[in-house]
Design a protein around this ligand. Structure first.
Ligand code: NAP
Length: 263
C-alpha cells in the first residue's frame, strides 16, 4: 500500500522524489525502493519521520500491518512534531490510540482497498478537528494517488467502509471465481470463461455508472418474461444470495469493530 502511494504520487507528479522519505527494516527492500523511485530511504522509522519535521506540510503515513503498530508507535513517540499530520491506513487502529501514543492531534484515518495498487481504489477517510481545511485538501490530493477518495463524517464509518469497500474485492473475486467455475461446468475453457466473466463484470459496472439507474431497474431491463434471467433470478433468490452477501458484510463490520477495540 505504501508503495502504491509512492508510485501514484510520483506518477501524478504531485511531489518530487526527494520529498518522499520511506523506511523499511530490510536493506534489499530499501535498495529496491531507492532504485525504482529515487526516493530517500531509511532503516529507522524515527529517522524517516524526523527528516520531515521541519517541513510544514509533512505527512507521516503509517502503513505497517496491525500487529507491527505497537512497536512503530513506540519508536515514533517523541519524534512526530506538532505540525506533522499522521495518516494511518492500518485496519483497526483508532484515532484516539494514535493521538495518545504519538502525542499529536492531527490524525487522519483512511481505509483504501486493493485496487489502489493500480490507482483504481476507493479510500474512505476521516480526520480530527485539528486537521485544518488546507491540510484536508492536501490529504485529499495525496489519497487520489490511490484512486478515488471519499471523506466520511465519523470514525465508525471507517469500520463500515472496511467491511464494504476494503473487504469488497473479496466478495467480487469470489463471485468472479464462482461464475468462471460455472462457465467451465458448462464446457468453456477456463480462459474463455474468465474473459467472458471479467468483461461482463467490468461492462456491467460501467453501464450502471453511465445510466445512473437503480440496479433493480437495470436488471428488469434484461429480464424478459419466461426468459433466462428470470430463471437465474429465481435460483439466486432461492439460494439466499442477497442475505448471504448482507451477512458477509455485517460479519466483516463486526470483525473490524472488534479489531479496533482496545486490548
Ligand atoms: N492491502 C490492502 O488492500 C489494504 C487495504 C486497506 C488497509 N490496509 C492496511 O494497510 C496496512 C499495510 O498493508 P499492506 O497490504 O500494504 O501490507 P504489506 O504489504 O505487508 O506492507 C507492510 C510493509 O511494512 C514492512 N514492515 C514490517 N515491519 C516494519 C517496521 N517495523 N517498520 C516499517 N516497515 C515495516 C513490511 O516488511 P516485510 O515485508 O519485511 O514484513 C512490508 O513491506 C495494513 O495495516 C492493512 O490493514 C491494506
Amino acid at each position: 500500500m505504501a508503495e502504491s502511494m509512492i508510485a501514484g504520487l510520483l506518477r501524478q507528479k504531485m511531489v518530487m522524489p526527494e520529498q518522499i522519505a520511506a523506511s523499511h527494516p530490510r536493506a534489499n527492500r530499501r535498495a529496491e525502493l531507492n532504485e525504482k523511485y529515487k526516493i530517500r530511504v531509511f532503516e529507522d522509522n524515527a529517522e524517516a519521520v524526523g527528516s520531515g519535521r521541519e517541513n510544514e506540510h509533512s505527512i507521516v503515513a503509517l502503513c505497517v500491518k496491525p500487529q507491527r503498530l505497537d512497536g512503530v508507535l513506540h519508536e515514533l513517540k517523541d519524534v512526530v512534531s506538532l505540525n506533522q499530520i499522521v495518516l494511518s491506513i492500518i485496519a483497526g487502529a483508532k484515532i484516539e490510540t494514535l493521538a495518545e501514543e504519538l502525542n499529536n492531534q492531527k490524525i487522519v484515518r483512511a481505509m483504501p482497498n486493493t485496487p489502489s495498487q493500480i490507482g483504481a481504489g476507493i479510500t474512505a477517510w476521516t480526520c480530527t478537528d485539528a486537521v485544518d481545511e488546507n491540510e484536508r485538501a492536501q490529504i485529499k490530493a495525496l489519497l487520489t494517488a490511490l484512486g478515488k477518495e471519499l471523506y466520511v463524517e465519523t470514525e465508525n464509518m471507517i469500520d463500515m467502509a472496511t467491511s464494504l469497500s476494503a473487504t469488497g474485492p473479496t466478495y467480487i473475486f469470489m463471485v468472479m471465481e464462482a461464475l468462471t467455475d460455472a462457465g467451465v461446468h458448462l464446457g468453456f475453457s477456463r480462459e474463455t470463461a474468465k474473459e467472458l466473466v471479467q468483461e461482463t463484470m467490468l461492462g456491467s459496472v460501467l453501464f450502471a455508472m453511465e445510466l445512473r439507474k437503480h440496479p433493480a431497474e437495470l436488471r428488469n431491463m434484461v429480464t424478459s418474461p419466461g426468459g433466462t434471467s428470470a430463471d437465474a433470478i429465481y435460483q439466486m433468490e432461492k439460494g439466499g444470495l442477497r442475505t448471504v452477501l448482507s451477512k458477509a458484510v455485517y460479519a466483516a463490520y463486526q470483525r473490524a469493530v472488534a479489531l479496533g477495540e482496545k486490548k
